[in-house]
Design a binder for this molecule. Sequence first.
Ligand code: P6P
Length: 338
Amino acid sequence: MKVKTLGQFIIERQSDFPYAKGELSRLLRDIGIASKIVNRAVTKAGLIEILGETGDTNVHGEQVKKLDVFANEQFIAAFKAGGEVCAIASEENDDIIPIYSDISKNAKYVVGIDPLDGSGNIDVNVSVGTIFAIYRRKSEVDSAGQLSDFLQSGLKQIAAGYVVYGSSCMLVYSTGRGVNGFTLDPSIGEFCLSHPDIKIPEHGKIYSINEGNYLRFPDGVKKYIKYCQEEDKSTDRPYSSRYIGSFVADFHRNLMKGGIFIYPSTAKSPQGKLRLLYECHPMAFIVEQAGGMATDGFQRILEKKIALLHQRTPLFIGSKAMVEKAMEFMREFSSEKV
Ligand code: P6P
């Protein structure tokens, strides 16, 4: 098969954006560059003394791993050097990172990013990932971006994607015209188109949820889990339970094979654990572009109101028929609105 690099693909698809003068293309290129640098560090993490903890905790009170810090620095540096971004909202930073310089004074975009999701798994060699959401700024150009540029509906995303640092390094993104996956070919240092026009199967046989929290789940979630475990050959049940504890890896597997990932509200996390801006919005954008569905159990993720930078939300995401079934149980047994 003729190799098509990410750069060639972006230029080929540039005609999809007649009004864009290449800014989005350059922004996606910048993300690709930072991802390659992070991948190199992730694959060597055990060897270059970058493991272990910095001893700091991030805004969510979680132990910060050195690779978290490194990944965050790489993406921030790439966006600053690329000149297309006027502000960044990162899972690793309490507040937004405004960007204003000679090369970014006409920057049109802001980026929400989780630079290294699942970082608790780094030391045990489980796949981790980067998740990003790209919005057009609302504030005037020729100034740094502002908080209001990030508090937009998920429907306003102009692009979203993720990188999974696993058995191979894959970049999967959408600009609203389908979902395409690129695999890094280390021999040439390029992301090459490997999964054109990704579609998630309407039905799947995998459910992904941390059943350790079972006793604290809403009744609708408990009922859905039992539904997944019942014997019913006509609907391919019982399903298989697959949960790595690394959202990007769990999401990617289900996108490829079909399945549902659920992180519901629990007693410990009444609003769920995952963040709306830079985890749920981008993954909801992607899954819908691939024919799937993403809700908080009651409402479409992309239509939820966002009021806080690090706002959390319960998340039900994956194959459309499975998310719809789970929502039936939520309506019947957990009618409270989240
Ligand atoms: P739990 C990793 O810390 C993360 O943010 C996601 O990548 C993952 O899906 C989730 O938390 C796992 O959380 O509570 O099941 O360990």
